[in-house]
Design a binder for this molecule. Structure first.
Ligand SMILES: Nc1ncnc2c1ncn2[C@@H]1O[C@H](COP(=O)(O)OP(=O)(O)OP(=O)(O)O)[C@@H](O)[C@H]1O
Ligand SMILES: [Mg+2]
Length: 265
């Protein structure tokens, strides 16, 4: 890899040689991430696809500074990050709104932690609720909104802190197909309006092809990058286009081969 000045001009996020094992009881250590390296350009929409349990959430936690790798580095704008950094916001796999706070307070909580004054917070949360399309729900509690509205609330909560990278960890799973399609479109609109850099973890091939500029595929655990696809289709995309179908077929074939390895082992 070149010197840091060169990287700075290219990569928003650099993931370099990340390796991670977990303690595995009597069996010693279990390797989960095996020397993972990739870069994400500013404003790029990068998806990570991989079989269940391969290490995607572990990788996101390391990138977001929530967990320390055994080896490797995470750089943002060419600068090495430390554990606990706040530059990557993650929409997690499980719904993570505070049930005892209303929508507005959930969205503003991160800013309150940073000591921002209520009037300023309100201005920003108004803007974010407008951006993701949940205006009017400010005083509702999480149990009073739909699954789709909850995901939009999480989107607003993540974007309000102006992260360098917005990450989603299977953020749209457990939703009906119609809500999921709607959220995909809303997420793309927000991405385009904000010019965010996106790291999007999904196991849904259709979703990855519909949304991404580029897709990385991970192997079964321990995860390595086994394929990369440039999805050079024009936007807005048409889900049923023959070009999309070709990408989907190609990717599904590699995923299927990866799963067959598990069945054969
Ligand atoms: N804290 C932990 N301690 C020990 N093992 C763990 C821990 N967290 C995850 N693992 C194991 O590490 C592997 C990778 O887990 P991880 O959650 O990163 O996978 P994933 O790709 O996100 O899975 P999924 O597709 O189901 O969300 C799994 O085998 C899991 O059981
Ligand atoms: Mg996961």
């Amino acid at each position: 890899m070149g010197d840091s000045n060169q990287v700075q001009s290219v990569a928003k996020l650099s993931v370099r040689n990340i390796t991670k094992s977990y303690e595995n009881g009597e069996n010693g250590k279990k390797l989960v991430l095996d020397d993972i390296s990739f870069e994400v350009k500013e404003k790029e929409f990068l998806s990570i696809l991989g079989p269940s349990g391969c290490g995607k959430t572990t990788l996101l936690k390391i990138i977001a500074g929530l967990m320390k790798p055994d080896a490797g580095k995470i750089l943002i704008d060419g600068q090495e990050t430390e554990l606990g950094h706040n530059r990557v916001a993650v929409i997690f796999q499980q719904e993570s709104l505070y049930p005892w706070l209303d929508v507005r307070s959930n969205i503003e909580f991160g800013l309150a932690l940073k000591g921002m004054k209520p009037a300023e917070r309100k201005m920003l949360s108004d803007r974010m609720m407008d951006l993701v399309g949940i205006k009017g729900l400010e005083e509702h509690y999480p149990h009073e909104i739909s699954g789709g509205q909850a995901r939009k609330t999480e989107m607003a909560r993540s974007l309000i802190v102006s992260p360098d990278v917005l990450a989603s960890d299977e953020g749209f799973s457990n939703l009906d197909a119609q809500t999921r399609n709607h959220l995909q479109e809303e997420f793309l609109r927000v991405w385009e309006e904000t010019g965010s850099t996106i790291l999007f973890v999904t196991h849904n091939v259709d979703e990855a092809v519909f949304m991404s500029d580029r897709i990385l595929m991970l192997s079964n655990a321990p995860a390595r990058i086994i394929a990369e696809y440039d999805i050079d289709l024009p936007r807005p995309r048409i889900r049923a286009s023959s070009e999309s179908r070709v990408f989907r077929a190609q990717i599904l074939e590699v995923l299927r081969a990866e799963q067959e390895k598990v069945l054969a082992s």
